[in-house]
Structures are given as C-alpha cells and as structure tokens.
Design a protein around this ligand. Structure first.
Ligand SMILES: Cc1cc2nc3c(=O)[nH]c(=O)nc-3n(C[C@H](O)[C@H](O)[C@H](O)COP(=O)(O)OP(=O)(O)OC[C@H]3O[C@@H](n4cnc5c(N)ncnc54)[C@H](O)[C@@H]3O)c2cc1C
Length: 408
C-alpha cells in the first residue's frame, strides 16, 4: 500500500487516494466561517474549478482544506505515532534535552551528545543513529559534527569528518498574504467562553480553526504540467499578514499565493561552533526570475478573486494589498511582505547528502529522516510528505536491522 494511504485515517473513508486505517487522523474542518465559503465561491466566479479534495485526482481549483485533526484537535505526529507507542519497553523518550553533536567510533556514528538541565550526557546507539531534527536543525547537527562543506567548517575550526554540501539546498514556499477589512465575523472574536465550552464539549466550533481553512492551487501559465501557486485563505484580517506579528483589530479576510516549486535555493549554515547558537537561515527567495513571475501572477489571481461578487459582498476595504495590479506595484508589495510558509526542506537532500536509504554519505550507521532529505520542496504542505518519508524509513530500518551491534 502506498505510504500516504498507510498513514492516513481519513474520516471520509478509503478510496484510491486515501486510507482509513492509519494512525494519522484526517478530517474536514470543524470551524466554518462564511468568509471562507465566500472565498471559494469567489474563486469559482473567477473561473477556477471547485475542488472538494486537493489530495485526490486533481490538485487544481479552490476549496476547503482537510486537516490533520482528531475530534477537532491537532493530530500531530506525536499524537498519531508516538503517544500510542509510549508503553513499549524498547522506547525511552527524553525531553528537555538539546542534542549537541553526533558521536563517532571511527567512521561509525555511535550515539549523540546531549545537554540536559545543564549537564552534558552521552547516549550510545546499539545499531544506528537516526537524525530527525528537521530541515534547520538536522543540518546544524551534521555541521557541528564535522559533516558539511569543508571550507565553512574550517572557518569555524570544526574538524572536517566528511566534506558534503550539507545545508546548501534549502527550499521553502515563499508566501505573500493580502488582507481586506470586513464586517463579517471571523477569527477575531473566536476566543469567547462559549467557544471554549463548545471546543471542550463537542470538539467543534471556531476554536478548532486552523486559520487557513480554505485555499486553492493554480497554474499561472497554461503550459505548466501542474500548479505553481498555492493559496492559503483565513477568516482574519492581519492575522497572517506581517508574519502574524501584528494583532488584528477588525474582522477581515486574508489570502495570498505561495510559490510551490521554486527553483531558487538558499543555505543553512552555522554562525558559530556553539550548539546553543541559532544557525543562519538564508532563504534566497526569488533569486530566480521564474519564481518572481509565478508570485506576481499569483498575487494578480488573488486580486481577481477579491474582486468577485461573492467576496465583494463582504469586503469593506483594503488592509494589506498592493497599490495596483501593475508588475512594479505587485513586486514592491512582494519584496516588502513575502515570508516563509514554514515549509523548509532539502538541506540534507537525497543525492548530495544522503543516499536512497537515507544514509549519510561517507559515514556509517547514520541516517537522516525528516523534511531535510526531500530533493526539492514538494508541491503542497510538507507535514504529510514528511510522515511518508518516516514511514518509508521505518521499513528501510526494519529491513536492514542486521548489522551487528556497535561494540561497547
Ligand atoms: C508555524 C508552522 C505551521 C505549519 N503548518 C503546516 C500545515 O498547516 N501543514 C503542513 O503540512 N505543514 C505545516 N508546517 C510544516 C510542518 O510542520 C513540517 O514540514 C514538519 O513538521 C517537518 O517535520 P520534520 O520532522 O522534518 O521536522 P520537525 O517537525 O521540526 O521536527 C524536528 C524535531 O526535532 C527537535 N529538535 C531540533 N533540534 C534539536 C536538537 N538539537 N536537540 C533535540 N531536539 C531537536 C525539534 O524540537 C522538533 O521536535 C508548519 C510548520 C510551522 C513551523
């Protein structure tokens, strides 16, 4: 069975594209703001197909997102996979610990060093080390352990174990959000005692909202083989504008494009050799002209949707929008307001850094299993694909459980 279907328990049931027996619950949203229905209707009025399932036969069109939720609460990887396994005798979870480097016995990874409550500790591996610290921190740990670009490591006086382009392929989905004021109720008033009670009693209502309740996938050019733009739409004004740093003060609606298959690549590197320092994240968004073109056309698709009757009925005026749909105004707006969709990938990519079994080149018994191994960012949200990678890795690890334990 394909790994996506194996993971999934979709409340709509099983079909060619979805599973129903997996640990990861997927459900329809349990918060339904009329502004989101208006967004979908406006998308249809603008000529885009209505799509009831972005993970089905076709990705194109507008619709409401399904969510990784169980009873209205987030069904995270921990809820779906880790919590049910906590009682296993061969599992020990250590929290409040920062991994600081990978330990080696000659060419073999033999464990990790952690710092916990101010104390350095070593955790030794019996067969192999699996690094799953995400697309920012897995490369950080490899670099701290001497696996990375030799010249960068030399600058920080970190002894080079293997010269690999760790951190160099960073990709993400650059997004820009526009927003409009409205008098129609949205998330601004969601935090009320009645809604808290509804959440607790029924697992339903506005407090189950994932904010980005609706969206869409679009091709900005007819010659593309698949969508190059995704929209996230929320019943909120400034909530996802300005990277959520501003508090919304009025109701509104916000949506905008992110570039799904950017060709620009950034880089994750160390600032210092201290594991407590944050790494340097250089996205290098929009370095490629085609990424800029997709984004500009994507903004115009958004302005067109906002101008349709279904949304015009709700919109009272602009909040954050470009001055005009002209290229220069749209590009000025993108340069000012674009940010990350928090979908970093590809910093320890299959090919340059790990092999097809996710083993790090040039060392033994060390795998990376997380979003960092994606050769390029996927055409959509990254959580489910990362879980698919983990499901694949679980099979790979089980099938190669033969190496002798590392000698004590
Ligand atoms: C705000 C936000 C919203 C998102 N929304 C969505 C969404 O709606 N849909 C979607 O599909 N995706 C979404 N994503 C992306 C999704 O969460 C990621 O793609 C996915 O979690 C990647 O999984 P991962 O295992 O690679 O990394 P992570 O989930 O980041 O897991 C890495 C883990 O390693 C731990 N860690 C890191 N360094 C160390 C260290 N040195 N020592 C100890 N532990 C360490 C971290 O604490 C973390 O628990 C969102 C991400 C963010 C940040």
């Amino acid at each position: 069975m394909p790994y996506f279907r194996r993971s999934e328990a979709n409340e709509r049931g099983e079909d060619q594209y979805h599973g129903k027996l997996g640990p990861l619950t997927v459900s329809d949203g349990r918060s339904r703001y009329s502004l989101m229905d208006a967004f979908v209707e406006a998308g249809v009025e603008a000529g885009h197909p209505r799509n009831p399932d972005f993970n089905g036969e076709k990705q194109d069109g507008v619709g409401l997102y399904q969510l990784t939720q169980r009873n209205g609460m987030r069904c995270s990887a921990a809820v779906a996979f880790l919590h049910p396994a906590l009682g296993r005798p061969n599992l020990k979870v250590v929290t409040d610990a920062l991994a600081t480097r990978i330990l080696f016995d000659g060419p073999r990874a033999s464990g990790v060093e952690i710092i916990r409550h101010g104390e350095l500790q070593e955790i030794h591996a019996e067969t192999e080390v699996i690094l799953s610290a995400g697309a920012y921190n897995s490369p950080q740990l490899l670099l701290l352990s001497g696996i990375g670009p030799a010249s960068d490591l030399a600058q920080l006086m970190i002894p080079v174990r293997v010269d690999l382009p760790v951190g160099e392929g960073l990709q993400d989905h650059p997004i820009v959000v526009m927003s409009w004021h409205s008098e129609t109720e949205g998330l601004l008033s969601a935090r009320s005692p009645a809604n808290v009670e509804r959440l607790q009693r029924e697992g339903r209502g506005p407090l189950t909202s994932n904010a980005s309740e609706a969206g869409g996938f679009f091709r900005t050019r007819s010659d593309l083989e698949a969508p190059d733009i995704q929209f996230h739409a929320a019943p909120a004004n400034a909530l996802i504008g300005e990277e959520a740093l501003t508090r919304p003060t009025s109701h509104g609606v916000a949506f905008g494009p992110c570039v799904l298959k950017p060709t620009s690549r950034g880089k994750l590197s160390l600032r210092t050799a201290d594991p407590g320092s944050k790494p340097r994240i250089f996205h290098n968004f929009f370095a490629a002209e085609e990424d800029r073109r997709s984004m500009i056309e994507g903004v115009r698709i958004g302005l067109d949707i906002a101008a349709q009757p279904a949304l015009r009925a709700h919109i009272k005026g602009p909040n954050f929008v470009p001055h005009s749909p002209a290229d220069t105004d749209v590009w000025d707006y993108v340069r000012r307001y674009a940010y990350t969709t928090y979908h970093p990938t590809s910093t320890c990519a299959i090919g340059p850094v790990v092999d097809s079994e996710l083993k790090v080149h040039g060392v033994e018994r060390l795998r990376v299993v997380d979003a960092s191994v994606m050769p390029s960012v996927v055409r959509g949200n990254t959580n489910a694909p990362t879980i698919m990678i983990a499901e694949t890795a679980a099979d790979l690890i089980r099938s190669t459980r033969s190496p002798a334990p590392i000698a004590a």
